[in-house]
Design a protein around this ligand. Structure first.
Ligand SMILES: Nc1ncnc2c1ncn2[C@@H]1O[C@H](COP(=O)(O)OP(=O)(O)OP(=O)(O)O)[C@@H](O)[C@H]1O
Ligand SMILES: [Mg+2]
Length: 384
């Protein structure tokens, strides 16, 4: 059974109107190829698909300019991180005056990891970052399942909890043993695996490279490099610290979150819902999930999302700007969150326009004029 990703299809359609090239970037197995084929089936003209993991398709592109310049309609280049040399060719074709072809490029590494793309296609390309399923897509009532199993389609849709867990364990192994080396990184799977596992304990906390490095017996530099690799492959979110217009002594290091709680649970060996509920990191796990879904619901890009923290312990889980105003989000794994002193400090210091407190309950209520408690299941209401 396929879930049709209409929201993303509409975005691609819109962006291809204004750009010759659209790139969809996202984690391995999050559904990029499926989305591209859902989109292609609605495309009114001709579609040509190249899968750069398929040796036959790679051979078809041995002379890329010759192979591509005669094509019109939509050209899909899947797994672009395998052949980044194609970017300059796409540039030449995108700059032709006849505009007879549009390009849809898919990849499972970020722009930082495939540097050539941003450099050669600047001004012609629009990037769309995608994740697995979102709450909006799977529908109300599925929050808990999405949290426990995570958002990867195969994990979420697996016929049983055991099958979902097994899929995630296999995903982790393949990621370490195959995907990372294929990206050109020569890192022992065991070391990166241990690092990843260690990070699970830091989910939702400030990243301290020297502390983690020390406990693994690697340098700060190596710990930072591993983190950047897991961020660049969309496994970890690094939430940057907000450091503007505030007087207090603030925290500057990033916070880290697992983008997918299913992977977090697998690294903790939590096989099912019961295991998750019995684990001491239950609250941190849920709060990370709520934060990620909030970011998806608002549509915040990586560079638009911040946290705010001061050394005297006041803090805000998420801070973002819209139309020049500042908004805050707190995520609380609690039955009936109330107004906390730290929230008052955040209002004072940052001049927030509104604060939402996201929680797992059912009722919407106000704590004051500018603070609203909102159930995760109502997150769609957060559209600004
Ligand atoms: N919208 C969807 N509905 C149902 N199943 C889906 C959906 N999207 C993806 N899947 C399933 O998830 C798996 C991975 O999907 P897909 O191959 O599209 O991901 P991908 O991001 O292209 O992965 P890779 O990076 O490994 O190429 C497939 O088995 C696919 O059938
Ligand atoms: Mg694919």
């Amino acid at each position: 059974m396929q879930i049709i990703r209409n929201a993303e299809i509409a975005i691609i359609k819109e962006r291809l109107k204004n750009n010759p090239v659209v790139a969809i970037l996202g984690a391995r197995q999050c559904g990029k190829t499926t989305l591209a084929s859902q989109f292609s089936s609605q495309w009114p003209g001709k579609v040509t698909f190249f899968d750069l993991e398929n040796p036959l398709d790679v051979r078809r592109l041995e002379e890329p300019l010759l192979a591509l310049e005669g094509l019109d309609g939509l050209i899909v280049l899947d797994e672009i991180q395998r052949v980044p040399e194609l970017f300059p060719v796409v540039r030449v074709l995108a700059d032709r005056s006849n505009k007879k072809a549009k390009f849809l490029i898919l990849g499972s590494a970020s722009r930082d990891l495939i540097k050539q793309s941003s450099e050669s296609l600047a001004g012609r390309i629009s990037y769309l970052e995608m994740g697995g399923f979102s709450l909006a897509l799977v529908g109300a009532g599925k929050e808990e399942k999405l949290w426990v199993r995570g958002a990867f389609p195969r994990s979420f849709l697996a016929p049983s909890e055991a099958a979902s867990y097994q899929w995630r364990q296999d995903f982790i192994a393949t990621f370490l043993e195959r995907d990372i080396p294929q990206l050109g990184f020569n890192i022992p799977a065991k070391s990166l695996g241990r690092f990843w596992q260690m990070l699970a304990h830091y989910h939702g906390q400030i990243f301290n490279a020297s502390e983690i490095g020390k406990s693994l017996g690697v340098s700060d530099h190596t710990a930072q490099r591993y983190l950047d690799l897991l961020s660049g492959t969309f496994m970890i979110r690094q939430l940057r610290a907000w450091h503007y217009n505030t007087k207090k002594r603030i925290i500057k290091r990033p916070k880290i979150y697992f983008r997918d709680t299913g992977i977090l649970h697998a690294l903790f060996s939590l096989e099912n819902k019961k295991d998750v509920f019995n684990h001491p990191k239950l609250g941190a796990s849920w709060e990370g999930f709520a934060l990620e879904e909030t970011i998806k619901a608002i549509g915040l890009k990586d560079n638009e999302a911040f946290f705010w923290g001061v050394h005297t312990s006041a803090e805000l889980d998420l801070l973002f700007q819209r139309k020049g105003r500042l908004y805050g989000i707190e995520v609380k794994y609690a039955q009936a969150p109330g107004f906390a002193k730290s929230m008052a400090t955040a209002f004072d210091e940052l001049n927030l326009t509104h604060l939402w407190v996201i929680y797992p309950g059912k009722k919407i209520y106000k704590l004051n004029q500018t603070t609203t408690v909102l159930p995760i299941s109502e997150i769609a209401q957060l559209k600004l």
